[in-house]
Write a protein that binds this ligand. Structure first.
Ligand SMILES: [Zn+2]
Length: 255
């Protein structure tokens, strides 16, 4: 954990500091070694939240995009079950940053716990083959003419493993593929993208969204910004072509 309560105030781990767990209130020890990120661990017992995964630099970078008080928030379900959300917004939206693979049962349990307002940000770079397979899938998928923003669509049966693993999700899923090169798609921006994976009956769509827009969306309700949809681009090109033909027609008429 990044935070524990020290005299009732959330604090990051510093050497020899003692604190209390945000989830269960039991004693926490600051772990400030050189190999792992500085963190808090329960004194002499396992993590109280069995959904907790060891934090990586990737987790911390994501959490740090949000205010301190939104990070590692205790969430209690109606049945008294307690878990700690990676980030919870004042509107009650839970953001979970998932680095390791998730068993489908746990995926379903966590979505039931946090409700439909939760969002997954999943790392797509843990396994090199996942990232490469995803990139190939986007390049081989067909333009999605129904989506409101630029997206590509393929049958779910042909989708790569990482996409299939999240197929049971009922919530928003963004894949974070880091700096993977998508320049062949000729988007106006090639860095700082997340991929919104949208599951339709029988098919799946991949929609690039600006990472900053996703953060802005949860920070201050900003719109999720992506790129011009394939249908809007077609429409625009068609209108341009018609205008060009009309101009030519007028010229011919003068002769
Ligand atoms: Zn605890």
């Amino acid at each position: 954990m990044k935070y524990a309560l020290v005299d009732g105030v959330r604090q990051e781990a510093t050497s020899k500091l003692l604190g209390a767990c945000i989830g269960c209130g039991s004693p926490m020890i600051a772990k400030c070694g050189t190999k792992k990120l500085h963190h808090w661990a329960h004194k002499g017992r396992l993590e109280c939240d069995h959904w907790w995964e060891p934090e990586t630099e990737w987790h911390r970078n994501w959490k740090n995009q949000f205010p301190k008080d939104w990070q590692e928030v205790r969430h209690v379900a109606e049945n008294g079950e307690v878990h700690i959300a990676d980030v919870k917004t004042p509107k009650g939206e839970a953001l979970e940053f998932q680095y390791s693979a998730l068993h489908p049962d746990e995926l379903a349990a966590r979505e039931a716990f946090y409700g439909a307002q939760m969002t997954w940000i999943a790392s797509g770079t843990r396994l090199k083959r996942d990232a490469e397979a995803f990139r190939r899938a986007v390049f081989s998928a067909a333009p999605d003419f129904i989506a409101e923003l630029r997206a590509w669509r393929m049958p779910i049966a042909k989708a790569p493993a990482i996409v299939q693993r999240w197929a049971g999700s009922r919530c928003r899923v963004f894949l974070d593929l880091g700096d993977l090169d998508f320049s062949a798609l000729r988007l106006s921006v090639n860095y700082g993208l997340l991929w919104h994976v949208i599951y339709n009956p029988g098919s799946v769509s991949f929609m690039p969204i600006l990472k900053d827009a996703v953060i802005g969306h949860y920070l201050s309700g900003k719109q999720l910004l992506g790129f011009e949809s394939h249908s809007a681009e077609n429409q625009r090109q068609l209108l341009a072509l018609e205008a060009q033909l009309a101009r030519r027609g007028r010229r011919r008429f003068r002769f």
